[in-house]
Design a protein around this ligand. Structure first.
Ligand code: GLN
Length: 485
């Protein structure tokens, strides 16, 4: 088995006992990239030279006995987090040449933990999408079936882990962008509680929903990554100053007596039969693991997608007002005056989906419509949050399918935005409520496409998610397959 196929935990063991070097691991990842990247297109930018230099430094540090939790581990970064001196495009033409003068806090933290950065992963433009088809740099393909989408918007981060083009990666999740691609690519993906991980240096899409989180090959690695990512950041006003536990302690603990809520609103007509069957099977595994599954109600679930598609575009329309060609990024050349410069820069710099969101958002916020749309959506959002607060009074965690269907075909939904928006029907609620969620592989369809199961918990209960996901992973014994690329 190639080193690129191993987990952080396994590689750390091998690094510690001198069996392998950081350079060997990094080389293994880059030869895998050489072999499969043309097919999958996980990356917008590769950082081979920097990575090999960082690996050489890591090897020196290891010799001195200086080994941190991610020393020598190749990690991919979604191209939405700012990297000092390295192009950060957000998947958009308007930022295709943007070189940030600073690092995102998560980049600093990963770097301090010894991580080696492989490159910047492909994504839907400004993280708006569920398929990674809206990227200015072209689509990413699902390694399990190259005719299919990998999910989105963090598609490249998911495929890079699934195709062994890195050991773990970072994504962002505004309405499902970590959990949905994790499910469709057969890897683990966690969206932490809003405020758990600093958003400083994360290019904003919808600021009240955005959260950074990890993609990993298993649940233990998710705990290792969360140990690095979580924590208060004085540079970010919504980051919460709450104690961060060592998430590794939750690995391998049992869930005897845990109450696991099964919301009937998430097992609806229209959901793919194989996905439904896999989720039902996951419920059995939880019961065999000592959990008590119970029916619960989340009565406002039906409003989640509608509320999200008012709040997210509204915030996006405001956040994206800053891209005007003046200070940084793309500027249209063929202009005669300032106003024309603004207009043509934005017209040529943004793709169709981003423009659609800006228009919806601007409309929802405009005088006369604000109360009817934005204010109403915010009120319903409070009810959705309350649904979860009530549910967590009676259960420890909630189990749902992560997505309504397995990966669909490239091009299948590009002309039907509403169909595309429904891809996140089971993930959006966690962002609206601010609670954490994790997607864990729970099987394959007959055609060999991965399926994911989602667990949700109360605010700052990522530990519970790791515990239940780890117990599930251990007892479900999902066959370890690798995509045939
Ligand atoms: N697919 C959803 C959207 O298009 C969520 C995206 C995300 O989480 N960044 O907005």
């Amino acid at each position: 088995m190639g080193l690129d196929q191993l987990t952080i935990n396994e590689l750390q063991e091998k690094l510690k006992n001198g069996e392998v070097s950081a350079t060997q691991i990094t080389q293994s990842v880059f030869s895998r990239i050489d072999a499969v990247e043309d097919k999958v297109h996980s990356y917008i930018l590769l950082m081979k030279e920097e990575a090999l230099a960082a690996a050489a430094q890591a090897d020196k540090n290891i010799k001195k006995g200086d080994i941190k939790s991610l020393t020598g581990i190749p990690i991919a970064l979604k191209d939405i987090v700012c990297t000092k001196g390295i192009t950060t495009t957000c998947g958009s033409h308007i930022l295709h040449n943007f070189i940030p003068p600073y690092n995102a806090t998560v980049v600093e933290k990963l770097s301090q933990a010894g991580a080696i950065f492989v490159g910047k992963a492909n994504m839907d433009e400004f993280a708006m999408g569920s398929s990674t088809e809206t990227s200015y740099f072209g689509p990413t393909r699902n390694p399990w079936d190259l005719k299919r989408i990998p999910g989105g918007s963090s598609g490249g981060s998911a495929t890079a882990v699934a195709a062994d083009e890195c050991i773990a990666s970072i994504g962002s999740d505004t309405g499902g962008s970590i959990r949905q691609p994790a499910a469709l690519c057969g890897v683990v993906g966690m969206k932490p509680t809003y405020g758990r991980v600093s958003r400083f240096g994360l290019i904003a899409f919808a600021s009240s929903l955005d959260q950074i989180g990890p993609f990993t090959k298993d649940v233990q690695d998710c705990a290792i990554m969360m140990n690095v990512l979580a924590g208060y950041d004085p540079k970010e006003s919504t980051s919460v100053n709450a104690e961060v536990p060592d998430y590794r302690q939750f690995i391998g603990r049992d869930i005897k007596g845990w109450k696991v809520g099964i919301p009937k609103e998430y097992f609806i007509e229209g959901i793919d039969a194989e996905v439904n069957a896999a989720a039902k099977k996951a419920i059995k595994v939880i019961e065999q693991s000592g959990g008590q599954c119970m029916d619960i109600n989340l009565p406002h679930t039906q409003y989640c997608v509608a509320v999200y598609y008012i709040i997210a575009p509204a915030e996006a329309s405001s956040n994206l007002a800053r891209y005007d060609g003046v200070k940084y990024g793309f500027r249209s050349a063929e202009v005669r005056d300032l106003l024309e410069m603004y207009k043509t820069t934005r017209q040529q710099g943004f793709g169709a989906e981003v423009k659609r969101r800006i228009m919806i958002g601007t409309y929802a916020l405009s005088a006369g419509y604000y109360d009817a749309y934005y204010k109403k959506a915010s009120q319903v959002r409070a009810l959705i949050k309350k649904d979860f607060e009530e549910a967590f009074k009676i259960c420890d965690v909630i189990l749902t399918p992560t997505t309504p269907t397995p990966a669909f075909k490239i091009g299948e939904k590009t002309n039907n935005p509403l169909q595309m928006y429904l891809s996140d029907i089971f993930t959006i609620s966690a962002n609206l409520a601010g609670i954490p969620g994790i997607s864990v592989p729970c099987g394959f369809t007959k055609r060999g496409l991965p399926i994911g199961v989602q667990f949700l918990a109360g605010h700052f209960e990522e530990g519970k998610l790791i515990q239940v996901a780890s117990a599930y992973e251990k007892n479900a014994k999902i066959e370890k397959r690798r995509p045939a690329l």
